[in-house]
Structures are given as structure tokens and as C-alpha cells.
Write a protein of this length. Structure first.
Length: 269
């Protein structure tokens, strides 16, 4: 049975699709069979990433280890029983088809609350929530006082994850391993950064998630998107020497894969 990784965050701009593509590609390069589902049916950044990769390989006659993009199957409304939701069936049918033949299924959720995203969270063995290092993004997880010190309550997203955990427990499934990935961390030890670190550490104990290092802001991520490439592909396409920023970004990815602690995975790249 495939291990299901869900990348979720109801706020846009946190780097979900960048994390999704790099994690999926890293796992494929490590020899695992990986399929991806993009639940942002309108923007489809993760899906476009994989399509761009496929097109680039065809045009350049290269073969690169890659995740397989899968689409949600259509479901006839006439087959639904009263009260059943079509999107539930589309996602469950896709996962059921992919589970026997894949090591990992990575599901990239939209930056908003949708029925598909809600169902996907309940399917997650590992939930990755990318989070920019700011209190604006922290508000996605919990509300905090004006001083940035005292947590006053959980957010609607944290409550959704809690509900997903309850559904899994009722179904007798293993608990969700929730990993909050801190993106765009500043290099300097600023007061705001230290407050964020304390707030996240306190919240992780209260609502039960782990933290992992993510990616700094780098131009290379945007530059590689039209070709569907990641940092791991640079040498394969003829880049003989990586610059310092690229080397640092590769190390960030290696640290992230290690921190996820996925079954049967070692970050040997």
C-alpha cells in the first residue's frame, strides 16, 4: 500500500507546489514509484510542473526520474446515493487505483478550503504544511496576542486537521504525522524570527505537529518551473558546476527529506 503524503495549507504563497514537486521528484530519484494528484483544479501549479517536465524530456530526448501525474476520474452523478458527495468519490477512486502500484502518492491541495482538500487531509499518512516565517502565516495555525507571545486559540485550519485526525481514528487508521515546514527563514537572528520560533515550538506541543526546515527564497525555483525541473536535475541537463546558492538549496532539500522521516527513504542524493 502506498504511503500518502498531503501538502496542505489554506493560505496561498507558502510554497506548497514547490515543496510538492521537489519532494515528489526526490522520492522518484531515490528509486521509489511516485504518483501525484493536484487538487487545485483551476490553477494546477503542481500539475503544470509535472507536465512541463514531461514536455522538456520529450523535446530534449532526456529521461529523468519523475513522478507520474494522475487526474481525478469522472463519476456519474447517477451512481451516487442520497447525501453522497461527488468529489469524495473522485478522490477515493483515484487513490484506490494508485495505491497498489505506488510507493508514495503525493497530493497537492489548493490554497483555500475545499471539499477535496478536506477529504485529502483525512487520507494523509504524512501531512506537510509549508509556512512562511511570519505571523501573517502563523495565523493559519493559531491566533496569538498582540505581543506575539501568548496563543489564544487554534485556527480553522488546525481545527480541520483535528477533524481529519478524528476521522482516521474512527476508521482505525494510523495517526497523521503532521510536519510544519518553515519556509523563507531569514539568515539573521531578528526579534520577530525568535518570537516566531518560540510561538511555533509552543504550538507544536499543544496541537501535535513536528517542524522541519524548508526552503529559502531563491530565484532558481521560478527559473526551473517552465522546464519542470528541480535542483536535483541540474547536473543531468549539463550544468557542470553548481553555484553556492544551488548547493545550499540542495542541502535544504536533503534536510527536508530527512526530517520527513518517510518509510524506506534515505536522503541519499
Amino acid at each position: 500500500m502506498a504511503h500518502i503524503i498531503v501538502v496542505g495549507n489554506e493560505k496561498g504563497g507558502a510554497g506548497k507546489s514547490t515543496v510538492s514537486m521537489h519532494v515528489a521528484t526526490a522520492l522518484a530519484r531515490l528509486g521509489h514509484k511516485v504518483s501525484g494528484l493536484d487538487l487545485d483544479l483551476r490553477q494546477r501549479t503542481f500539475g503544470r510542473y509535472i507536465e512541463n517536465r514531461r514536455d522538456f524530456m520529450r523535446e530534449s530526448s532526456l529521461t529523468l526520474a519523475s513522478p507520474t501525474l494522475c487526474e481525478l476520474p469522472d463519476v456519474e452523478a447517477s451512481t451516487l446515493r442520497p447525501g453522497e458527495n461527488m468529489y469524495d468519490h473522485r478522490l477515493s477512486a483515484a487513490v484506490a487505483e494508485l495505491e497498489p502500484d505506488n510507493d508514495f502518492i503525493l497530493i497537492d491541495c489548493p490554497g483555500s478550503h475545499t471539499r477535496l482538500s478536506q477529504v485529502a487531509h483525512s487520507l494523509a499518512d504524512t501531512l506537510i504544511t509549508p509556512l512562511n516565517d511570519s505571523f501573517i502565516d502563523f495565523d493559519l495555525l493559531a491566533h496569538i496576542d498582540a505581543n506575539g507571545e501568548k496563543i489564544t486559540g487554534p485556527s480553522v485550519y488546525s481545527e480541520m486537521v483535528w477533524n481529519a485526525r478524528q476521522l482516521r481514528a474512527q476508521a482505525g487508521l494510523s495517526a497523521i504525522d503532521w510536519v510544519v515546514v518553515r519556509n523563507r527563514l531569514g539568515a539573521q537572528r531578528m526579534v520577530n524570527k525568535e518570537k516566531m520560533e518560540r510561538a511555533i515550538n509552543n504550538l507544536s506541543k499543544r496541537i501535535g505537529f513536528r517542524t522541519a526546515p524548508g526552503f529559502n527564497e531563491r530565484v532558481i525555483f521560478r527559473e526551473l518551473f517552465p522546464r519542470g525541473l528541480t535542483l536535483l536535475d541540474l547536473k543531468d541537463i549539463g550544468v557542470k558546476q553548481l553555484n553556492i546558492s544551488n548547493i545550499a538549496a540542495r542541502q535544504e532539500l536533503r534536510d527536508l527529506i530527512k526530517s520527513l522521516d518517510l518509510p524506506g527513504v534515505t536522503a541519499d542524493f
